[in-house]
Design a protein around this ligand. Structure first.
Ligand SMILES: *[C@@H]1O[C@H](CO)[C@@H](O)[C@H](O)[C@H]1NC(C)=O
Ligand SMILES: [Zn+2]
Length: 253
């Protein structure tokens, strides 16, 4: 996708300017910084399955498939895109209780690259309020809808302390790719180098019921550990803001 290409180019250009003698830890140090775009894991030997756009009708099934395989994954959820998040309260609680990472994908799935700072903040705090009401936690990770990171977006994420995740492999399920075509994208990306953080959507039955079992098997055959995005960045314990929160029950869809 164009946006990713531009981001990758910017990262390359800025590191070339900033570090005449390249520091091999540069990427990892950056990955720890809020408001900086992260596309892949900071170590090899892992795969961070990451699903956007839920919670939805397949969430519970997906958690069962992952749990049966001993896999951990990351869920980038919105408040309203596929119905109200509160309508999926049981699936939300089940996902959290199973130890998967719950992260934000904004409240309405809008174009945050062209929103004002106050609109962007509202998109993020509404998801926080809902997750506090449902699981007592506020996420520290997010993926922007449409992978849009321009305008006021990144500075606002930095000031809100959010780690911004995009992707380095695109399953293309959002663009009518079949699970078989998505599998080819993973095979082309390969299993060497730092772990992948793919773009996938839990809102397609093919992604949940066909692609995910294939990926679990692919990871097993290639000795890749299936981990959360936080773990693949060396921060397994840092999925959420510190502390437990009590909801006020006021946030609604
Ligand atoms: C938050 O809640 C969990 C689960 O009840 C508990 O284990 C943990 O100690 C709590 N953390 C804080 C900071 O209160
Ligand atoms: Zn999305």
């Amino acid at each position: 996708m164009l946006a990713e290409t531009v981001i990758a180019g910017l990262l390359l250009a800025s590191s070339a300017v900033a570090a005449p003698a390249p520091d091999p830890l540069t990427f990892i140090k950056r990955a720890a910084n809020p408001g900086v775009v992260i596309q892949k894991c900071s170590s090899p030997g892992m795969l961070a399955l990451a699903y956007d756009d839920g919670p939805y009708q397949y969430t519970s099934t997906l958690v069962d498939i992952l749990d049966k395989a001993g896999a951990k994954a990351t869920f980038f959820w919105t408040g309203t895109l596929y119905g109200c998040i509160y309508n999926q309260a049981a699936a939300v609680k089940k996902t959290y209780a199973s130890g998967h990472q719950i992260a934000s994908h904004s409240w309405t799935h809008g174009h945050m690259g062209s929103m004002s700072e106050s609109q962007i903040r509202s998109e993020m705090t509404k998801v926080e309020d809902a997750l506090v009401n449902l699981i007592g936690k506020k996420p520290l990770y997010m993926r922007p809808p449409y992978l849009e990171t321009g305008g006021s977006f990144l500075p606002t994420m930095k000031s809100m302390n959010y780690k911004v995740i995009t992707n380095d492999v695109d399953a293309g399920d959002w663009n009518n790719k079949t699970p078989q075509q998505s599998q080819q994208s993973f095979q082309q990306a390969g299993t060497s180098g730092n772990g992948h953080i793919p773009l996938m959507h839990e809102t397609y039955s093919g992604t949940v019921n066909t692609l995910t079992p294939w990926l679990i098997n692919w990871a097993k055959q290639n000795n890749l550990k299936l981990v959360t995005v936080a773990e693949c960045l060396g921060d397994a314990g840092g999925m959420y803001q510190a502390g437990n929160f009590t909801g006020n029950g006021k946030n609604t869809c």
